[in-house]
Design a protein around this ligand. Structure first.
Ligand SMILES: NC(=O)C1=CN([C@@H]2O[C@H](COP(=O)(O)OP(=O)(O)OC[C@H]3O[C@@H](n4cnc5c(N)ncnc54)[C@H](O)[C@@H]3O)[C@@H](O)[C@H]2O)[C@@H](O)CC1
Ligand SMILES: Nc1ncnc2c1ncn2[C@@H]1O[C@H](COP(=O)(O)OP(=O)(O)O)[C@@H](O)[C@H]1O
Ligand SMILES: [K+]
Length: 496
């Protein structure tokens, strides 16, 4: 479609400012609504040419206004249109009132709607202006539609879905298609919202780029626009030491695989050298299973301090298979001057004393990357995890600020956040990434990019994207071994 801002996410609050500035700049706001409504009508005809009835459900604000414009356009196109309104449409104000006045068909109360075979429901009840939980008259319809096979096309957002957090309040329509305007909102990409929207089409209604960019903010979709220029470049002058050295800590002899997955992924992501720092008892296991990766015995904090006297050891991955406890805490704190990806057991080890970790990395450039899944996030940030008023983006941003770290809050909708408030929502991960060890691979990729000097936020965001890209190339059925071997550095020619 006409998505002019594929890397941008605009919150509903910022969208209201875009709307206001568009009107202040002299743009005809009713003209914008008409374009929005026409786009909805066109999408309805394109996707559901066989619909017997176009059922337009109109709400009390401008989302309802878009619905009236769409209803008028569909009638003009010869469609069988029925309009149902939440509340008295005579009470509509501004552009929505104009749209209602320009619609010359009958309007029935929302409660009168009874679904029939052949209906297409156009949901224009609430969009960006949803400010509280849906009333029962709307949740009743959502419940009824959930039991029948009636497709729903949502205007802007499926009604009930909070555009900022991606959460239903407390329910939302399950749409097959969503037509939104200007740019996607966080609710279109965060779960469960992403699943409720179906296929999202972004329609350019003609708001100038400068107005959108003024309010676009620092939350976006995780794509190459945000980091490609910051990735390492190879040249004839490159040699393995200029490409950086990544160290990955191995667990005990019975738990070494995770670290090897991270190490291989780091090497594949472009680190010049990778060392597995292994307990003496696990050296034989590690040596017998590695070739390009080097092995070094690091048993305790003294041997780690000795290892750290080599200042070229710039980047570390600690956590995969490492074991939870005092040793992990001591190692992480000893690495406070270096660049560290703390994953898995490394994160869980700080459950009782997260502040000691956060304090150690508090000053200077951001050099700690935390990669928790949902359970690990709750161990370090129980208050944020339990705050239902926050969406995943807000949780990740608050955690990043508190921890002085880049947060990679994993899941199908991984959020990458920096202490300065920047945040990206990842949207290219296939579901077959949900397999044991895939997180170890991700930690290794990020470590490999850190080793090459990429700044922590960009390394984390690019790492998440490259991880998903490798999984997409491999297809369903991949194992973490396949994934680690398939990691490739970003290549502008083939990855764009
Ligand atoms: N931003 C823009 O530039 C454009 C916006 N347009 C449309 O305008 C919409 C936003 O319009 P509005 O700001 O009027 O917001 P909405 O139409 O989403 O809803 C706002 C109205 O619903 C009420 N309301 C909110 N939650 C409620 C609840 N749970 N129960 C009952 N009433 C509730 C509010 O008090 C307000 O009257 C967008 O979603 C989009 O469809 C389009 O017309 C195109 C241009
Ligand atoms: N349903 C899903 N769709 C896409 N990506 C997923 C899904 N579930 C998990 N992932 C990704 O897979 C990885 C799993 O990591 P993690 O939970 O640490 O697993 P493990 O500890 O087994 O390595 C993360 O990068 C996560 O974002
Ligand atoms: K809607």
């Amino acid at each position: 479609m006409t998505d002019k801002f594929p890397s941008v996410l605009i919150s509903p609050a910022s969208m209201a400012k875009v709307d206001r500035d568009a009107a202040l700049s002299g743009l005809d706001s009713y003209g914008l609504m008409r374009r929005a409504g026409f786009a909805v009508a066109a999408a309805a005809l394109r996707h559901y040419p066989e619909a017997v009835r176009f059922v337009v459900l109109c709400g009390p604000g401008n989302n309802g206004g878009d619905g009236f414009v769409a209803a008028a356009a569909l009638r003009e196109a010869g469609g069988n249109v029925r309009v149902f309104s939440l509340g008295d449409p005579g009470q509509l104000r501004g552009d929505a009132a104009k749209a209602f006045a320009d619609f010359d068909g009958a309007v029935e109360p929302l409660e009168a709607y009874r679904q029939e075979q052949g209906d297409l429901v156009i949901d224009a009840l609430f969009g960006a202006g949803l400010s509280r939980d849906l009333p029962p008259s709307v949740t009743d319809i959502i419940d009824r539609l959930a039991e029948v096979d009636v497709p729903v096309l949502a205007v802007d957002l499926p009604s009930g879905l909070d555009g900022a957090t991606g959460k239903p309040r407390p329910k939302a329509f399950q749409a097959q298609h969503t037509v939104t305007f200007v740019a996607r909102k966080p609710g279109h990409v965060l779960l469960p919202g992403r699943g409720l929207c179906g296929e999202v089409e972004v329609f350019d209604i003609g708001i100038p780029r400068r107005i959108v960019e003024r309010h676009a903010g620092i939350v976006g979709i995780n794509d190459l626009a945000h980091w490609a220029a910051m990735l390492p470049r190879l040249s004839d002058a490159s040699h393995k030491f200029t490409r950086g050295h990544l160290t990955v800590f191995s667990g005990k002899a019975s738990a070494t695989g995770a670290a090897r997955l991270s190490g291989l992924a780091g090497l594949k992501a472009g680190a010049g050298l990778v060392t597995l720092a292994s307990p003496g008892s696990a050296v034989l296991v590690n040596v017998s299973q590695t070739t390009a990766i080097m092995i070094r015995t690091v048993d305790d904090i003294d041997s780690l301090q000795d290892y750290l006297t080599d200042k070229r050891m710039g980047a570390f991955v600690l956590g995969p298979g490492f074991g939870i406890g005092e040793k992990a805490r001591a190692f992480a704190l000893a690495l406070a001057e270096r660049r560290l990806v703390l994953d898995a057991d490394g994160i869980s080890s700080f459950k009782e004393a997260p502040e000691s970790l956060f304090d150690a990395f508090a000053s200077g450039e951001t050099r700690l990357v935390l990669t928790p899944h949902e359970g690990e996030f709750a161990r370090l940030f129980p208050d944020l995890a339990g705050d239902d008023s926050l969406g995943k983006v807000e949780k990740a941003r608050a955690a990043a600020t508190r921890a002085h770290a880049v947060l990679v809050y994993k899941g199908a909708d991984t959020v990458i956040a920096a202490p300065d408030g920047r945040a990206l929502v990842n949207a290219n991960a296939p579901p077959w990434l949900a397999t044991a060890g895939s997180g170890d691979v991700l930690a290794g990729i990020i470590g490999g990019l850190l080793a090459q000097g990429t700044a922590a936020f960009e390394a984390a965001a690019a790492g998440v994207w490259l991880h998903a890209k490798a999984a997409t190339r491999l297809g369903p059925g991949l194992t973490a071994e396949d994934l680690a071997s398939a990691v490739q550095p970003f290549q502008a020619e083939t990855d764009c």
